[in-house]
Design a binder for this molecule. Structure first.
Ligand code: 5MM
Length: 340
């Protein structure tokens, strides 16, 4: 492991106010998204969709890196060009999702633990040889009656730290993604409390496992009220609670925070990211960016619908979202951009 190389990759992913596009949906998740808009759930449809995304003209102006899944990293364009070459030729960095999904955590009803540590060293070495320079692992924390428990938080935090340490050994930057879900009727205050608790546990475990903070990136949830909470909050209130929570729990040595969107609408995710960068830019120790999946892809998927004739329109929508989020990183996003 070269600390300099890791830090350089992390910085490259944050450079020029760009973001990281998450297009690493597992086969079941991608199929679920396709089913919702009537696209056939086939290997070829997933390949064609990923080709549409990766060949979007100008995408690299707003996107520094893309997270792929195991199926996609091995696929090619229709003309045979490997996706990895398309990504490199566009000037973007390839990354890979290396968790293998979340399953029920034994003895903890309603809670989940992420799988994927078995054989991870070998898989990381293979992906590094293929050209991936960073990786991603998502842990899922649910808020509900009596949960999350310490047992669930600690188990996921330890696995995230073991994953991060193995990534760095393989020369890859770990994106560490502990997601506190927005499903439920909990208040924003409860989300803030548990997001803080989870982040403290994650950074404690990363310290124990010797993870180089300068060579990693954090991908957390924003601090939000639950989807069905009766007390929804303004954009500025969300921005304030999120930044306050992160300032209390994320060490300054971490170079960047790349938010997930978690099911927020595309425009709300941009507006909330913008509020954080607009109102708090001066005192923040880390860069505050994005690694959205749905909040970048969904408008494009709604247009594409599996029909090649819709490619240009879908690519335009994808580029638009990526570019709005780049503006939000600078605190320059505003609603009028949606009209143009
Ligand atoms: C939370 O999901 C991640 C960010 O996506 P959103 O911005 O849509 O919330 C995303 O990278 C996720 O980890 C991937 O889509 C992979 O998910 P699965 O569950 O298919 O492994």
């Amino acid at each position: 492991m070269s600390p300099r190389k890791l830090a350089d990759t992390a910085r490259a992913l944050l450079a020029n106010d760009k973001g990281v596009l998450a297009m690493d949906e597992s086969i079941p998740t991608c199929n679920k998204r396709f089913a919702s808009v009537g696209i056939p759930q086939t290997t070829e449809a997933r390949r064609a969709y990923r080709e549409m995304i990766l060949t979007t003209p100008g995408l690299a102006a707003s996107i520094s890196g893309v997270i792929l899944c195991d199926e996609t990293i091995r696929q090619q364009k229709k003309d045979g060009t490997p996706f990895l070459n398309v990504i490199a030729d566009a000037g973007m960095i390839a990354g890979i999702k290396v968790d293998t999904g979340a399953v029920d955590l034994s003895a903890h009803p309603g809670e989940r633990i992420t799988k994927g540590l078995d054989g991870l060293r070998e898989r990381l070495n293979e992906y590094a040889r293929m050209g991936a320079r960073f990786a991603k692992w998502r842990a899922v924390i649910t808020i509900g009656p009596g949960i999350p428990t310490r047992g669930c938080i600690e188990a996921n935090a330890q696995d995230l730290a073991r994953y991060a340490s193995l990534c760095q050994e393989a020369g890859m930057v770990p994106i560490v993604e502990p997601e506190v879900l927005m499903n439920g009727d909990h208040t924003m205050e409860r989300c803030q409390e548990f997001t803080g608790e989870v982040l403290h546990a994650v950074f404690h475990q990363m310290f124990e496992q010797g993870v180089l903070l300068e060579g990693m990136l954090l991908k957390p949830n924003m601090v939000l009220p639950g989807l069905t909470c009766s007390k929804q909050k303004s954009i500025d209130e969300v921005g304030h609670a999120t930044v306050q929570c992160l300032l209390r729990s994320v060490p300054a040595a971490v170079p960047g925070i790349l938010f997930l969107s978690g099911g927020q609408t595309a425009t709300l995710a941009s507006a909330r990211l913008n509020a954080m960068n607009q109102k708090f830019s001066a005192p923040l120790p880390w860069e505050v960016g994005f690694s959205f999946a749905r909040a970048i892809q969904q408008p494009a998927l709604d247009i594409w619908r599996g029909d090649e004739a819709n490619t240009i329109g879908a690519q335009h929508a994808l580029n638009h979202r990526a570019s709005c989020n780049r503006s939000a990183r600078r605190g320059e996003y505003n609603a009028s951009m949606e009209k143009s």
